[in-house]
Design a protein around this ligand. Structure first.
Ligand SMILES: [Zn+2]
Length: 271
């Protein structure tokens, strides 16, 4: 029923990637090789851990929408069942065309748990997200970055994908939005993109993000004017690899990226 409703909405609005995928009930990220943002260059995927926050996540969604930037939110389940207003943030994330990932139900250190408790941490969160959004998350970010060969094997066996990061501006330590902004933009440029780790539970992050996206846009414009490759904000699909190579990008995801690139070129030439 929800699936059919989403199909209707997607057709009506000519909707973006995540909504089109929601219609099928999967996010296209499952069962891939663990990734830490290496591989493709000149693309950057923003990820936000530890939410949803009823105050800060909506602010971050507004900023992302203003810049037409997709993101992934690795959420935890604490209080989700008891708080409908928090579940509504999950719905807003998916309706805005973003992706939700699994950060476990209680922010558990998965490597310290028995297989049964580990699986329960992942399943409980996934079921809550699926009930709220119609999509079962298949990308997993282990809390504390705590992973192991055994955990990786267990995730693979369950059709899940471990997603780490290569860009960490340490927004859980930094208290100045200006320094977070400068540090993050410099790191994205130095590494030519990758997967960015942020937290949508941190006020400093919500405060810094508009400037980060504005700076990236300005730097990209300079690149475009010089005929160089910009660093395009994308969803995590661009970092998915299977045993036989990079996973094909779903057409609706590729179309969104092309729209962004076209808009960037138009915007920069107009300056
Ligand atoms: Zn976390």
């Amino acid at each position: 029923m929800l699936g059919r409703l989403l199909v209707g909405i997607a057709v009506t609005l000519g909707a973006g990637s995540a909504r089109a995928e929601s219609a099928h009930g999967h996010d296209g990220l499952g069962g891939a090789t663990p990734t830490r943002g290496d591989g493709p260059r000149h693309v950057v995927a923003f990820t936000f851990d530890d939410g949803p926050s009823e105050t800060l996540t909506p602010r971050i969604l507004d900023t992302l929408a203003a810049h037409d930037v997709p993101a992934t939110f690795f959420v935890v389940g604490r209080d989700l069942a008891a708080r409908p207003e928090r579940r509504a943030v999950l719905t807003a994330i998916v309706e805005a065309g973003h992706t939700i990932g699994n950060h476990t139900f209680s922010h558990a250190r998965l490597t310290a748990l028995s297989p049964a408790r580990r699986d329960a941490e992942l399943d409980r969160l996934a079921t809550l997200v699926e009930e709220a959004t119609g999509v079962r998350p298949t990308a997993v970010r282990p809390p504390y970055g705590a992973s192991s060969p055994a955990l990786r094997a267990a995730l693979v066996a369950r059709g899940l994908t471990e997603v780490r990061w290569n860009i960490d501006p340490q927004d859980w330590v930094v208290t100045s939005a200006a320094s977070l902004r400068a540090r993050l933009v410099a790191s994205i440029i130095a590494q030519e993109g990758g997967i960015v780790l942020l937290h949508d539970t941190k006020r400093v992050t919500a405060k810094a993000l508009p400037g980060v996206l504005a700076d990236l846009d300005e730097w990209n414009c300079g690149r475009v004017r010089r005929g160089q490759e910009p660093i395009i904000p994308v969803s995590l699909h661009y970092f998915m690899r299977d045993a036989d190579g990079p996973r094909p990008i779903p057409p609706e995801v590729a179309a969104r990226t092309e729209r962004y690139r076209d808009a960037l070129v138009t915007r920069c030439e107009g300056d």
